[in-house]
Ligand binder design. Structure first.
Ligand SMILES: Nc1nc2c(c(=O)[nH]1)N[C@H]1C(S)=C(S)[C@@H](COP(=O)(O)OP(=O)(O)OC[C@H]3O[C@@H](n4cnc5c(N)ncnc54)[C@H](O)[C@@H]3O)O[C@H]1N2
Ligand code: MOO
Length: 410
């Protein structure tokens, strides 16, 4: 009897991380627009306060808040208009007791003023006097210097994925280029004599190739680049030569199919033969995903990943290993999990963790409920029906109806 000696998810992750950590992740400088979607490889510190001066958030009059005390619709206070601030120009005047100065939205609030009153609450009796019909408190409608970003503050940390709003923050700081991590370059090889392309009508015994497309799309979702992609017949020499030819310019070569123990399952022996460090893991204590293989080739710096052929298993293992490795190397945060309660009891697989797909439902009281999506990992629709997954522990009794779980969304 030839049983796989399986690793836990943590063991398999640690082995691949230890192998590739030495090499680290390459970084590249990108302009702030080109950097969107990439992960920051440096901390971004604010060298000067933003905004650099106190700004009004409304069109109105800069005042001393104390002067407006008791003002109301029936009982205005009268203030002397001593000037007007122009947009883009410094406020050169100083405000004294009983005075006000017109300031447009975004304009500099003059020294001496500590609040703004909107024009809607003011009435001009002459160009020199305004009746103010509203009392305002200190700081009203004023953004303080440094309120957006303080000098010396680490505004964006390494590991932050740059979204449009981060591009805006970088522009506010006057930073036009940042150091980001180069995405993983992934090559995908799908193997199987039974595979035909989606354009073809499968003959009896044949199936359309799902994994090339599912894995390609998932890699793009993770912001990886696709370096090479091919579909191969079950042929050991062909697989070996193809993997070898993809290794020099790939961070990860993924082989889907042929990872189990059938007569034609040769991925493990190919990885063992061509990777300088051989096979690290052949078998994961995970359901689905048991027939998973990892290995590493030091000279080319390539991680070799043999994924189970079953489509749902292939995609989940890719996320659990390659997605995790990316986050481990770059510090990118995992997407927040959603807290939900299980809709039903769920037994666990003894000695294995289970990656249980779930669909989320909202109860009338607002609580999220995780409903297991059941079915073979050979079915792609168990993924399309699911909103995310729950990982249950290898020693756990299983999950109880009503138990709180974290659902990782995909
Ligand atoms: N005797 C055993 N048999 C199997 C075991 C086991 O432990 N002992 N594990 C099962 C599990 S779990 C999985 S997962 C599969 C993994 O098999 P392989 O990685 O060797 O993959 P194949 O045999 O090539 O394919 C399995 C299955 O998936 C379909 N497939 C493969 N590639 C694609 C693709 N690109 N698009 C769509 N479908 C694909 C293939 O047609 C097979 O139906 O092994 C179990 N067996
Ligand atoms: O990995 Mo199989 O269950 O892991 O489809």
């Amino acid at each position: 009897m030839k049983l796989l000696k399986v690793d836990t998810i943590d063991e398999a992750r640690r082995k691949i991380a230890d192998a590739v950590k030495e090499k680290g992740r390459k970084t590249v400088k990108k302009g702030i627009l080109d950097a969107v979607g990439y992960v920051l490889a440096e901390d971004i510190c604010c060298s000067e306060p933003v905004p650099a001066f106190r700004r009004s958030t409304v069109d109105g009059y800069a005042v001393r808040s104390l002067d407006t005390g008791g003002a109301s619709e029936n009982m205005p206070v009268f203030l002397k208009i001593t000037g007007e601030v122009q947009m883009g120009c410094p406020a050169e005047m100083k405000l004294h007791a009983g005075e006000c100065v017109y300031v447009p939205t975004g304009g500099m609030v003059p020294d001496g003023a500590d609040a703004m009153v909107m024009v809607e609450f003011c009435e001009l009796f002459s160009s020199e006097e305004a009746a103010v019909y509203k009392a305002v408190s200190c700081g009203a409608y004023v953004v303080q210097a440094g309120e957006d970003m303080k000098a010396g503050e680490a505004v964006l940390k390494r590991g932050r994925k740059i979204r449009p709003q981060e591009a805006g923050a970088l522009a506010a700081l006057g930073i036009t280029g940042v150091q980001v991590y180069e995405p993983f370059c992934i090559s995908i090889i799908s193997t199987g004599d039974e595979l035909v392309s989606p354009q073809e009508a499968p003959s009896p015994g044949q199936v359309r190739d799902i994994n090339t497309y599912g894995l390609h799309a998932l890699a793009l979702k993770l912001n990886f680049r696709i370096q090479h992609e091919t579909v191969l017949r079950d042929d050991r020499t062909l697989l070996k030569n193809t993997v070898k030819s993809f290794m020099p310019d790939s961070d990860i070569v993924v082989v889907s199919g042929g990872s189990s123990q059938g007569k034609k399952d040769v991925t493990a022996s190919v990885i063992e033969e061509i990777a300088s460090e051989g096979v690290f893991t052949h078998g994961l204590a995970l359901k689905p995903g048991k027939p998973t293989i990892t290995g590493y080739d030091e000279p080319s710096g390539t991680l070799l990943l043999g994924l189970p052929g079953h489509p749902a298993a292939a995609m989940m293992v890719f996320e659990i290993l390659a997605g995790w490795l990316w986050r481990e190397l770059t510090g990118e945060k995992e997407a927040f999990g959603i807290t939900a309660v299980m809709s039903t009891n769920l037994p666990s697989a003894p000695g294995r963790q289970t990656c249980q797909l779930v669909k989320l439902k909202k109860e009338e009281d607002g609580q999220n409920v995780a409903v297991p999506v059941l079915g073979s990992s050979g079915l792609i629709t168990i993924l399309t029906k699911a909103d995310g997954y729950v990982i249950t522990g290898e020693h756990a009794e299983g999950l109880k109806k009503g138990e709180q779980v974290t659902v990782y969304l995909f």
